[in-house]
Design a protein around this ligand. Sequence first.
Ligand code: GUN
Length: 299
Amino acid sequence: MAVRIDGKAVSAAVRARLKAETEEFTRETGVVPGLAVVIVGSDPASQVYVRNKKKACEELGFYSEGYDLPEETTEEELLSLVKRLNEDGRIHGILVQLPLPAHIDENRVIRAIRPDKDVDAFHAENVGHIMTGDYRFLPCTPAGVMELLHAAGVPVEGRECVVVGRSNIVGKPMAMLLLHENGTVTLCHSRTKNLPEVCRRADILVAAVGRAKFITADMVKPGAAVIDVGINRTADKKLCGDVDYDAVEPVAGYITPVPGGVGPMTITMLMKNTLSAARAFAAETGKHASCGGASGKKD
Ligand code: GUN
């Protein structure tokens, strides 16, 4: 029987801390952290994420603006909105929900976001900071995974960590965060040979493949911590992760459920980044902020 890592509970504890920090920060500086969330098109999953992001802003006392743009929005229109948000002093964080419709160049849009407002940490400048470990923003989902491991008391240093999936949003930055905590990291993908064997080496197995129940019991070392980043729908429309939970749970030492595992943490980390961005803004504009950024540089 694995210990079930409760992402909702960990997320609630982190949010309570962020709420108290935000109150103190706003009292000291007069600055209210502001987040703009932009969505283009009507992907139902994206709409749910965006609604939850707005709710989290209200809960923490942030200012938020939501832009729900039609599918036909042109790249130039989106870029001009980003430009306006870059220049808006009330907005400290800008999030453009991905994926964007096919006619818009995602990279061009990400590059247009001011790096110090890029609370997703997707801009190449912030990706570079993640590589070197002196990050101003945490990559939200991987940072949420690290919080869950810490909360469950799972050590990373010196342990075999296997990440399945090499996306820019999760897999690659996940590997970096585990590496910064001195894990021995293997990053797997669709061309990896003997994937079950490689996964079975893992003390910490992170599944970020985007395929329902992809990780089966025979891929898990007894006692391993299994972290499921996937959000998929089964044929009967039920939400499920990348891990075959019922089969893996008896083998693993720790496991995150879907829903209620990594998902709630991602938004909480986004809030943490927005507060960091507001602190940096206050410090720069001389609003007497005691600056406590997100940086977690390790040597
Ligand atoms: N789409 C899926 N996850 C994310 C995320 O963390 N940020 C953005 N901007 N889009 C996403």
